[in-house]
Design a protein around this ligand. Structure first.
Ligand SMILES: N[C@@H](CCC(=O)N[C@@H](CS)C(=O)NCC(=O)O)C(=O)O
Length: 223
């Protein structure tokens, strides 16, 4: 039987969160490291908008990280990433939405894309004002919110790893890849939480492959 395929370069935060889910569930797949809007016919069929990630297996092909993750949760139910209780289920989905629509533009768009990708990948100068905005205005605000959510807990929702930890942890990792960390003064419990998260699977393995990929790009991540 042929392996399922994940389309999309590891530099995309949406691809990274999908890789974390795949690793957590122990799913074997082939990873085609393609950029967005590439012309691979199999990719275009899976992703009509040209966005990454996309997924293909023996049953069909489709795109969007949240769709792929919901599919994987149904198809490979164990270990579950979405809690049974309706309220916890909703909270885990909320954190995914918060990470996608609020954290990715800050950590991915304003910080990582400018500092790491602008010159190396996009072949243009970095926007220092975007980087400054992320560091001085946006990150303190989201750190304070997440600190209020993690307070006194090991995980964001319930007492085990859920999609909330994977999606939020995945985006905060971009800060660490730029050689920074969550400010202990603003969010000490959040800082300790990500420190714990990044030492264990599925994060440890994904961080190792990120570091190797970034090295090839000419960026040395201290992770
Ligand atoms: N909602 C989508 C967003 C995916 C997305 O925007 N991916 C970016 C790369 S990080 C992309 O493919 N951008 C190309 C474009 O917007 O045309 C998901 O969760 O997969």
């Amino acid at each position: 039987m042929t392996k399922p395929i994940l389309y999309g370069i590891f530099l995309s935060p949406y691809v990274r969160k999908t890789c974390l889910v795949l690793a957590h569930k122990g799913i074997d797949y082939e990873h085609l490291q393609l950029p967005p809007r590439n012309d691979d016919p199999g990719f275009r069929e899976a992703s009509p908008l040209g966005k990454i990630p996309a997924w293909r297996d023996e049953h069909g092909a489709f795109s969007d990280s949240s769709v792929i993750i919901q599919y994987l949760e149904r198809f490979y139910p164990g270990p579950a990433l979405l809690p049974e209780s309706p309220h916890s289920f909703a909270r885990a989905l909320w954190f995914e939405e918060y990470a996608d629509s609020n954290l990715i533009p800050i950590f991915g768009g304003h910080l990582f894309a400018e500092e790491v990708l602008a010159e190396r990948v996009f072949k243009r100068p970095a926007s220092q004002s975007d980087i400054d905005k992320a560091l001085n205005e946006e990150i303190p605000v989201v750190s304070a919110y997440l600190e209020s959510q993690i307070k006194g807990q090991q995980f964001l929702v319930g007492d085990s790893l859920t999609l909330a930890d994977i999606t939020v942890g995945s985006v905060l990792l971009l800060l660490y890849h730029t050689g920074r960390a969550i400010d202990q003064g603003v969010a000490p419990e959040l800082a300790a939480y990500v420190d714990r998260l990044y030492r264990v699977e599925p994060f440890a393995g994904v961080i190792r492959s990120d570091v190797a990929g970034l090295h090839q790009l000419g960026w040395e991540s201290p992770m």
